[in-house]
Design a protein around this ligand. Sequence first.
Ligand code: NCD
Length: 310
Amino acid sequence: MVGLITMEDLSNEDVIEVLDAAERLLPVARGESYLPLLQGRILGNLFFEPSTRTRMSFETAMKRLGGDVVNLGDVSTSSVVKGETLFDTVQMVDGYTDIIALRHPRQGAARYAQDAARVPVLNGGDGAGHHPTQTMLDLFTIRQAHGRLEGLDVVLAGDLRYGRTVHSLSHALVRFGCRVVLASPELLRMPSEIVEDLRASGGDVTETTDLHASLATADVVYMTRIQKERFADEDEYTKVAGAYKLHARDLADVRSDMIVMHPLPRVDEIHPSVDSTRHAKYFEQAFNGVVTRMALLCRLLGVDVPGGEA
Ligand code: NCD
């Protein structure tokens, strides 16, 4: 079974189809109508790392569509503490469920899990690797604000080294012909193999340490948290902690339709003064996780979302 492990699993056409289906599901996500498309189906939520939005929005998505969810729950109360391997856990949960959402601290864990499962696996974040379902909701949010994905100027800022959201998102943006500015402290630059890949596929990609100089021409500014948990050395973290902070006063000269995004949780990258500006989109972005995950669950379970072209 084919799941969603990286953005390479979806063509641009697939991406647009999922975003269109997600749009049709907005009233269902808001609870204005009930559409039990996934009645009788069970999602297995296997989260081996902390999660609020990804886990809860998967669960909400499933339940709003009439489906059910089983959770691994707290890893410390599962058989993982007895030494069960990921491969065995997944092989077994495969028999309990119709689809699996996995988050794991190890890069590559989702692909490994897919090898153990017959049901589709959705990668909900594998270490510093990928986070494709987040990318889908990010693209949904960008398209909702700008009416298109093509040809936008997007600044990705913060921890580009360990941030899996920006690894997946940069790949998708380049495929849709966006110009991408990678703004990070030297220590947290996007891994060179990713930058090379983006450029090899024709991406217009610039690297800078100066976030503020990139704001004026941006259509999207995507802030990220410094991934403290991925640093081997606490001192290294201390050197870059608080490196980029966006305050409402920094937005005086930006484009009127520029949007500020963040996968959340934020630490101190976006000052609360930004929240009340027209540019803040991060809470809507988090809501969009429900519709896009609904559309992805339907697609991978082979269920059509009504209202599309036949
Ligand atoms: C992100 C993640 O887990 O990679 N969170 C999320 O899924 N919204 C970002 C982060 O933790 O910084």
